[in-house]
Design a protein around this ligand. Structure first.
Ligand code: ADP
Ligand code: GLC
Length: 480
């Protein structure tokens, strides 16, 4: 099949969260299965600076209609691997920025134009290169209008650019809602801005456009696909989702085993496997040293890597801080995000430097070391569409402690539910229940054989795209 993906981030070129890992690794897996894959991303500064870009063989020039003017753009075309081509959409006025979506806690004012331009550029390139795609697969609100724009353009041209379109919801809490004055940039007919179109409480919603107008809607775990049909998790779009329930599936994400694999991980000071875990001990020592703790510390080490946002359960964690202070354990947090959480966590770390370490940076290498060197990985999310770190941690023999939401339910087996098969510890999204499982974690850690058993069970699970990408392949086949 000929498969096109459009995403607003992709590892290793630019990453703010799991979407980047997903886009980088699913596309690679599909091309390895023998499909012809093209991926579109915006040309942010990080992308343009990436050393791989120097290898680009060709460039295209495009002109895109935005309201009452035509804007030019450049497309850098790079062959990433056999059957895998990257298209970087470049218009420096829009994308040559250090951060993809905003700066200093605020979204950029021109995000409407930036991502309408991106969506239109994807369609325009498909026309120019005559790719004849079987599937156009778009991700999150930034590409939400692309399926509709594709159909509209096809109608104008009287030709087919892609047989079927898919829209994947990675996080329904970010919806790309803009005032109606943004609408003319889309070039779509006026009736699209209606209640049965992209109108959303008097504004326009790009996420709603993706949900309504793609041929198929997917999300990133079966459990989240059920949750977003409810007001509690639907962020106002649950009614719209329920209308498309017949075309909605939840497919769990896979893990890029070229990147997240303790046997081969070049970012770790030592490597290890199920057969020989001694490298994990070395990683733990390195991790403790890097955070100025005693490398010979004997108690459990709790690690956490995430965006510091309400979604990730930082409030629950703050409520439970006494646990870490009172018990013989350490807490290491790597994360960046909302200022109020950065401040609150730094305060705790300053007060208890012997117990808690907080690094407010984006650090890919350290994220691997936290995964490998911790004994437990904390992910007390309030909601979690799929979540990747709970899978990474199992692969690295680090026992996940998670809330019973979203993809966490589909990827962790609670030890309390199933002592024979359990791979992690689960709680409800409340401070009290989190403290309860943290205490369970202490008991588990004290029982060395049980702890080793749980670690090893997690390491045996196959989280690779080998399994997960086959589900996408089946979905694509079924559609065309
Ligand atoms: P989300 O996409 O909601 O942020 P995921 O669990 O799907 O959550 O993916 C998060 C990704 O971002 C993981 O690869 C994680 O390691 C990475 N990440 C989050 N915060 C940081 C950080 N401060 N430094 C390095 N990597 C981070
Ligand atoms: C989103 C979700 C996360 C998911 C990721 C990749 O950022 O918050 O749960 O793993 O997308 O699909």
């Amino acid at each position: 099949m000929k498969i096109v993906h459009a995403a607003s981030e992709m590892f290793p070129f630019v990453k703010t969260g799991g979407l980047a890992d997903y886009a980088g690794s699913l596309t690679k897996a599909l091309s390895r299965f023998g499909h012809e894959v093209a991926v579109f991303i915006p040309g942010y500064r990080a992308v343009l600076d990436h050393p791989e870009l120097a290898r680009a063989e060709s460039r295209l020039v495009i002109r895109v209609e935005m309201g009452d003017e035509f804007l030019s753009g450049e497309v850098i075309v790079l062959q990433l691997a056999k059957r895998l081509t990257l298209y970087v959409i470049r218009r420096d006025e829009y994308f040559d920025r250090r951060q993809p979506y905003g700066f200093g806690g605020r979204d950029y004012d021109d995000n409407d134009r930036r991502f309408i331009f991106f969506a239109k550029s994807v369609v325009e390139v498909l026309r120019i290169v005559d790719f004849k795609a079987d599937i156009l697969h778009c991700h999150d609100w930034q590409t939400g209008l692309t399926p509709l724009m594709l159909r509209y353009e096809e109608g104008r041209l009287r030709e087919t650019l892609a047989l079927k379109t898919i829209f994947t919801i990675h996080n329904i809490s970010f919806q790309g809602v803009f005032p109606n004055r943004s609408f003319p940039y889309t070039g779509l007919p006026a009736d699209v801005l209606a209640v049965d179109g992209i109108e959303f409480y008097g504004q326009m919603s790009m996420m709603k456009g993706g949900i309504l107008f793609a041929d198929q809607v997917t999300t990133v775990s079966p459990n989240y696909s059920r949750e977003i049909c409810t007001p509690e998790f639907g962020f106002g779009l649950d009614g719209v989702i329920r209308n498309r329930a017949a075309d909605l599936t939840g497919l769990i994400n896979g893990v890029d085993m070229d990147v997240w694999n303790p046997k081969t991980d070049v970012l770790l000071p030592a490597r290890y496997s199920l057969k020989d875990l001694s490298g994990k001990k070395a990683c733990r020592r390195h991790l403790l040293k890097a955070h100025r703790f005693d490398p010979d510390f004997k108690g459990p080490v709790f690690g956490m890597v995430c965006r510091l946002s309400e979604q990730k359960g930082i409030d629950l964690l703050l409520e439970s801080m006494d646990f870490f202070v009172e018990n013989d354990c350490l807490l290491i947090i790597l994360g960046r995000g909302e200022k109020k959480y950065e401040r609150a966590l730094s305060n705790v770390a300053e007060k208890h430097p012997d117990k808690v370490s907080v690094s407010l940076v984006l650090d890919e290498e350290m994220s691997h070391l936290v995964e490998a060197g911790s004994d437990f990985f904390l992910m007390p999310s309030v909601f979690e569409p799929c979540g990747l770190n709970q899978m990474y941690s199992q692969i690295y023999g680090t026992v996940p402690i998670v809330t019973r939401v979203g993809g966490l339910v589909d990827t962790v087996i609670d030890l309390a539910d199933d002592p024979e098969k359990g791979t992690g510890l689960m709680c409800r999204a409340s401070g009290d229940d989190l403290r309860r499982v943290l205490n369970d974690a202490l008991s588990l850690f004290a029982n060395e054989p049980s702890m080793a058993e749980v670690q090893k069970r997690g390491m045996k699970v196959d989280f690779s795209w080998k399994v997960a990408a086959r589900h996408y392949e089946e979905l694509y086949r079924g559609l065309i």
